[in-house]
Design a protein around this ligand. Structure first.
Ligand code: PA5
Length: 427
């Protein structure tokens, strides 16, 4: 299986970062993080970093995937944020396979009505995912769908066509599942946005036919590399140090640009991981964070690139490159080649145009002295995706430690929930 290829083009060693060696304070934090990674690895499914090393989550996912494929012709998933984005990424990057999986991560009434209209629940399995079990959007999806399911299946039938993933048996989802005698699949003790390598991501992925064994194998191999004591051998430590220094030097916008439509869900997953983990206050009340921006090549060259090329030098760039796309595509016929705008295209493939535009954009940013890194991978390569996932998660966790914030909580989202509840009460 081809591995993830990483090109570091000034990301960890540019003049934006300062000296390559960690300061004594940074060194102390990095050493503590190495010990922390070892502890997480040992704690198995109680920490995101342990997930690639345990078999339990994969077994749960494969057992349930087999059951679901036997009982239904499609899977519908309810969940939001960390309970959805990882699965969305797996499905898009690894391919949707031969079994339809429909993820519903919003309560836009039009979309929801459109997605659920006319569903034959006798041939459909419903998976409701909520770690806390109390998320308003997910609960409302479930509660509005239950009557149709009960009507078609009856109480007994319902139990065969539905399961819930939750950590908290006393949360609303746990209580409803208990009352309706719906099976509960235990959510491991990891935060939603770090849960893609648990049953939360693995189960929808396995139902769709993704190779979750290779995904976890790739993740375990990269996790091992992230535990290397020498900075030069440890990609997560090097990158976290670079991220921390860039944040200090106001390079605090992290643009992730995917060249390859099947890679586009990675920046969306990453945006949540990065924003919810790192955008917060230190114990002293100082605001910290690097703002993630998801971009799509080549389309956003015609939308965002002007800002990246000539706007403030406050950005760093991660490219995700669909390896091998350049050799695909239809040949542009040598018609109208006497027209100057057509001439360079004549006889080239659309893949070659895509590749040339990727290289041109990346090189222009490198030339403008911006910190750039490129991950090369092929969609469908579960091993390489597993490597990338654990690397970005580990980078996020260690960057949080260097920035002196807790990457695993999200106190800032509470206020909006309280206000929304007040509006609901007044309606
Ligand atoms: O990563 C997170 O913690 C959040 O994005 C949650 O996943 C999201 O709020 C959904 O929460 P829950 O899984 O409890 O329904």
């Amino acid at each position: 299986m081809k591995k993830l290829a990483l090109e570091d083009q000034g990301f960890t060693h540019s003049n934006h970062i300062g000296p390559a060696e960690p300061t004594p304070e940074e060194q102390t934090i990095l050493e503590a993080q190495l010990r922390q990674l070892a502890a997480w690895k040992a704690s198995g499914n109680n920490a995101f970093f342990g997930l690639p090393f345990v078999k339990g989550e994969m077994k749960k996912a494969l057992t349930w995937a087999k059951r679901i494929r036997k009982r239904a012709k499609q899977l519908v998933v309810f969940g939001i944020g960390g309970s959805s984005l990882g699965a969305e990424m797996l499905l898009d990057v690894l391919g949707k396979g031969d079994f339809p999986v429909m993820l519903n991560d919003n309560v836009d009434p039009e979309t929801l009505a459109h997605n659920l209209e006319g569903i034959d629940w006798r041939e459909t399995f419903l998976l409701v995912v909520s770690k806390s079990g109390g998320t308003a959007e997910t609960l409302s999806q479930l509660l509005t769908t239950l009557p149709a399911m009960e009507k078609q299946l009856g109480r007994k039938g319902l139990r065969k066509q539905m399961a819930a993933i939750t950590e908290n048996p006393d949360g609303a989802l746990g209580l409803i599942a208990h009352d309706l005698k719906i099976p509960i699949i235990v959510h491991p003790h990891v935060g939603g946005r770090f849960s893609v390598l648990s049953v939360v991501g693995l189960l929808p992925g396995a139902v769709a036919g993704a190779n979750i064994k290779q995904l976890l194998k790739g993740a375990a191999a990269m996790a091992q590399r992230c535990m290397e004591p020498e900075l030069a051998d440890n990609p997560a430590m090097q990158m976290s140090l670079a991220q921390h220094r860039m944040a200090q030097k106001s390079r605090n916008i992290s643009v992730q640009m995917a060249y390859g439509d099947r890679l586009c869900k990675i920046p969306q997953w990453y945006a949540q991981l990065w924003a919810e983990s790192l955008g917060k206050q230190t114990e002293n009340g100082e605001a910290r964070g690097l703002t993630p921006v998801a971009a799509r090549g080549v389309t956003d060259q015609h939308s965002q690139l002007q800002l990246y090329a000539e706007g403030p030098a406050d950005k760093q760039f991660t490219f995700l490159h669909h390896d091998g796309l350049g050799s695909q595509g239809m040949t542009i016929p040598p018609r109208y080649s006497e027209i100057p705008a057509v001439k360079p295209l004549s006889g080239r493939t659309t893949g070659q145009l895509f590749e040339a535009e990727f290289k041109g954009t990346r090189d222009a940013l490198i030339h403008s002295n911006a910190p750039v890194r490129t991950f090369h991978l092929q969609p469908g390569n579960a091993y390489a995706l597993g490597e990338l996932i654990i690397l970005l998660e580990t980078e996020t966790a260690i960057t949080g430690a260097l920035m002196k914030i807790d990457p695993f909580d999200q106190p800032g989202v509470e206020d909006s929930k309280v206000r929304a509840r007040q509006y609901l009460a007044e309606m």
